[in-house]
Design a protein around this ligand. Sequence first.
Ligand SMILES: C[S@@+](CC[C@H](N)C(=O)[O-])C[C@H]1O[C@@H](n2cnc3c(N)ncnc32)[C@H](O)[C@@H]1O
Length: 289
Amino acid sequence: MFDRLSERYSAAYTDYACDLAGVHAGEQALDVGTGTGMMARALGSRLGGSGKVLGVDLSEGMLEYAAERGRKLGLTPHIVKFARGDAEKLEVADSSVDLVTSLFLLRHLPHPELAAREMLRVLRPGGRFVVGVGSAGPWVSARGTRYRARRLRVLVEERLGLSLLAPQFILKMVESHLCGEPRLHGTEGSSALSTRSGPRTEALLRKTGFTELRSSWRGHVDGIEDPEEFWELSLHFSSAARYRILGARPEAVERLRAAFLSTCNQVLDRGGSLVYPHGAWFVRGRRPR
Ligand SMILES: C[S@@+](CC[C@H](N)C(=O)[O-])C[C@H]1O[C@@H](n2cnc3c(N)ncnc32)[C@H](O)[C@@H]1O
């Protein structure tokens, strides 16, 4: 499910990050927090048969899936390899990599500054990086302003009962339906990058010692027609809601799901829409020569 949803809603970000990375034949690339390997595969297919990509992730399940997809495409293990590893303590030699990429990882880490330091360490002097984090658009850009205007319209429609937003709607439903339910321990913390994540990520990378930093932003407001898909997507893109659901009793989750789907159907019957606004902030730069 992660890969299906990621491919549908994140493929444009992966392509954009590949364009920013400008990967060349013969290069050694590292994708940190590779998940199901979408970025690693995209980089591998642009290496034109020479060069290597290593995709690192903490989750065995993600890596198994990533390797299987890579094999089906004929990329793994000759060009793209996957290995278990911790972004905050990479088992990769100093100055051994031409390009580091990392999409939608830093906000999930307890110590994003350690991961940034590791990325700097493994890059050769002059080596490039591209980091992407989920983030609202900047105010001072045409793209960001258009996105915020569309999002504002959706928020007004939401007030009028004519739209539901992901993941805000599931978070509200979780609060009202699961307030007395057990919670998973150890999932309360919020990342240092959880607010203003784009500018904060850029500041973190600058402080780490990267140079020639440039930021850009891409975003989309997608309409979803199927309430079941809206449910899956809402959980997929909200770790907070997912953790609450994992801790709750199955019967409480089933009641929540039924109420969620019923509200979605009511909104659709009224001619309204189910909306997922999303955006990502990309920072690229280099390790100083
Ligand atoms: C939101 S997913 C993004 C996956 C992928 N980059 C993408 O864009 O589809 C975050 C990934 O980071 C991984 N992750 C979390 N903590 C990690 C860590 N300390 N080291 C390496 N990977 C980690 C998770 O297992 C998950 O696959």
